[in-house]
Design a protein around this ligand. Structure first.
Ligand code: FES
Length: 109
């Protein structure tokens, strides 16, 4: 599988999550306040909630439902009730295009 264009870089707002779908996989994209782009699994591991509807705080994305905050770098939840990580995806930027191959994940560490 190859990376697919998911959106334009210029349409992303800093510190706001955007939900995109590629090959049936829901992904939350976050351009953080340092200008770094992150892509993590969009579905909270505690419930069927879109993390992109939550809150960006530094390098975390917090689920609005019960408050678990997931690291944008590792996908790990930093607090309960969620305890399973979400996947973290490799993001490519080509000009103004944001590209993701959902088969390419970073290892949580
Ligand atoms: S559904 Fe996300 S913390 Fe409960």
């Amino acid at each position: 599988m190859t990376a697919t264009r998911v959106c334009a870089l210029s349409e992303l707002e800093q510190d706001t999550a955007k939900r995109v779908e590629v090959d049936g996989v829901a992904i939350a994209l976050v351009l953080d306040s340092a200008g770094e782009l992150h892509a993590i699994g969009d579905t909270c591991t505690h419930g069927d909630i879109s993390l992109a509807e939550g809150f960006v705080d530094g390098e975390t994305l917090e689920c609005w439902a019960h408050g678990s905050a997931f690291s944008l770098r590792t996908g790990k939840p930093l607090n309960l009730p969620a305890y399973e990580p979400v996947p973290v995806y490799v993001v490519e930027i080509d000009g103004d295009d944001v590209l993701i191959d959902p088969a390419v994940k970073l290892e949580a560490n």
